[in-house]
Design a protein around this ligand. Structure first.
Ligand code: ATP
Ligand code: MG
Length: 496
């Protein structure tokens, strides 16, 4: 064996560098000695691919190499390496030392395929998820994205996807009656019940009595009307305060009916829930945009859950195919009532049917604010962290999601996003963890960009010059190259 550390430093920093390197080795129990006079041999042998037979002989004759037992040799080898990822490079990042890091959510054989992404605003979450959606779709998966804010519109156009926009109740023509979506009431009850519970109590979970009463009400209504049933039927039953004719009247049931009213034919949201559901996912790339419902968080949470319910049913149809569901701005979209149960049921189903759910929030803290978001992070084996606030890093340690020691803290605090160049992502999974950089080509960067000016330019080009998204981006990139070239020439001329 032969150990040599070669330090390259300026003369002023030489002593400081030497101390630093000694400290690193001492912390591992080694004392290193300074080498004199043999700079040439030391430098040559430290370079890659130089330890050839003659060089080894040379080192031997200077008494610099020695033998060790195999165990000792392995333990003392200074291996500096980065995580290489999992076996399938579906998404490719690059480590800080240049190691390609490829991974596939579905390589996690022992657990689930779900993921959670958390980072500060503007750090590149949507760009990363755009890339992820693009890669999976390109590999044949079916992709759904639920979003607020149109971050995925360009990608949807390029992928010839379906862009479903929810409009406010006056312009709405999408019906989401959950009863008409039921295929097998015994199976579907695990999602139908928490869904109605969310409508009946949007702020906090229902108590036991109300929850079981609601369950009986759903069964009764289903037995009587089957898939023709609507929320109005549940409302009518609960309004009188009792589910069975001979039972005593309970005020709590009447309270539930009051909360359900907006979703009935008497309420403001009637157009979303009366009649036969007509939401269909005909294409393989589907973006559901909920921005117009932003001012009605209760309705937004219910709509979001019905979409999830409908998606899990779709997943069931073809178990052999991969399916990805991404929920951007998840904290905003998920309710806080009984949606925890709902999410757990949905996530459990997804794993069985070869599907992955992924959520995105602005901070780790957002994940611990409601039962629903807690359920999403607790049921996600994959965690992707971009730029974070230090206090949020501690939170992950406290909640037991990560083991946060000093080293991990330093690693996570050092994650940055260099706008226009790359974003750094800490990938944590049961298969391994590491930091990787997302480096994108200019076309993808423009396609995924959420900068208003890029977005507007593409939109205008499409509308005014009747171009496709692809053509618009090509033209814009060519313009940019020409501008850069002109600027360079001007600068050169100015210096002459
Ligand atoms: N990998 C990357 N390489 C280069 N630039 C990037 C990268 N990721 C993000 N950016 C830049 O950062 C901008 C913001 O990224 P993005 O919209 O993904 O942030 P976000 O975390 O989703 O923010 P918000 O929480 O506000 O939605 C992008 O428009 C792009 O200019
Ligand atoms: Mg975003």
């Amino acid at each position: 064996m032969y150990h040599q550390i070669c330090l390259l430093s300026s003369i002023q920093d030489a002593s400081k560098s030497e101390h630093a390197i000694r400290a690193v080795w001492r912390s591992r129990g080694y004392d290193i000695t300074r080498d004199y006079y043999l700079q040439h041999q030391a430098l040559a042998s430290s370079l890659p691919m130089t330890l050839t037979k003659p060089m080894q002989k040379d080192l031997g004759s200077f008494g610099r190499s020695y033998t060790k037992t195999l165990d000792n040799a392995v333990m003392t080898s200074p291996l500096l390496a980065e995580w290489k990822g999992t076996e399938t490079p579906m998404i490719t990042l690059f480590g800080r030392r240049g190691q390609p890091l490829g991974f596939d959510l579905f390589d996690n054989k022992g657990g689930n395929y779900n993921f959670a992404v958390a980072a500060l605003s503007g750090s590149g979450k949507s760009v990363f998820v755009n890339e992820m959606a693009y890669r999976y779709r390109a590999a044949g998966a079916k992709v759904w994205i639920i979003d607020v804010g149109r971050s995925y519109k360009n990608l949807c156009e390029l992928m010839d996807g379906e862009f479903i926009e929810f409009a406010d109740e006056r312009d709405n023509n999408l019906c989401l009656n959950p009863f008409s979506m039921v295929q097998d009431i015994n199976n579907d009850m695990e999602m139908l019940l928490p869904l109605l519970a969310e409508m009946a109590s949007p702020r906090e979970p229902l108590n036991n009595f109300c929850y079981t009463s609601l369950s009986s009400a759903i069964k009764q209504v289903w037995d009587a009307k089957g898939s023709e049933a609507t929320v109005t039927d549940i409302y009518n039953l609960l309004r009188i305060g009792k589910i069975y004719e001979d039972g005593a009247s309970e005020i709590e049931l009447t309270h539930m009916s009051v909360a359900l009213e907006p979703y009935t034919k008497y309420g403001v949201y009637a157009s979303y829930f009366e009649g036969q559901a007509n939401i269909e996912f005909n294409k393989d790339f589907i973006v559901l945009e909920l921005e117009e419902l932003k001012s009605k968080p209760d309705l937004q949470a219910v709509v979001m859950q019905i979409i999830m319910y409908r998606i899990t049913q779709e997943m069931y149809l073809d178990r052999s195919r991969r399916k990805i569901v991404i929920i951007d701005e998840a904290w905003d979209l998920m309710g806080s009532g009984s949606s925890g149960h709902f999410i757990e049921a949905g996530y459990r189903r997804a794993r069985k049917y070869g599907g992955a759910f992924g959520t995105i929030t602005q901070s780790v803290d957002d994940y611990y604010k409601t039962e629903a978001t807690k359920a999403t992070i607790n049921n996600a084996d994959w965690l992707f962290l971009l730029r974070q606030k230090p206090e949020n890093i501690d939170r992950l340690g406290k909640e037991g999601k990560l083991t946060i020691d000093e080293w991990m803290k330093r690693q996570l605090s050092s994650i940055t996003t260099d706008h226009g160049n790359y974003s750094e992502i800490f990938v944590h999974s049961p298969m391994g963890s590491g930091i990787g950089r997302l480096l994108l080509d200019p076309f993808s960067m423009m396609l995924f960009s959420t900068r208003p000016e890029d977005f507007e330019k593409i939109k205008n080009m499409r509308e005014q010059n009747s171009m496709t998204t692809e053509q618009a981006i090509e033209v814009l990139l060519n313009e940019r190259i020409k501008n850069d070239r002109r600027k360079r020439v001007d600068r050169r001329n100015a210096t002459i």
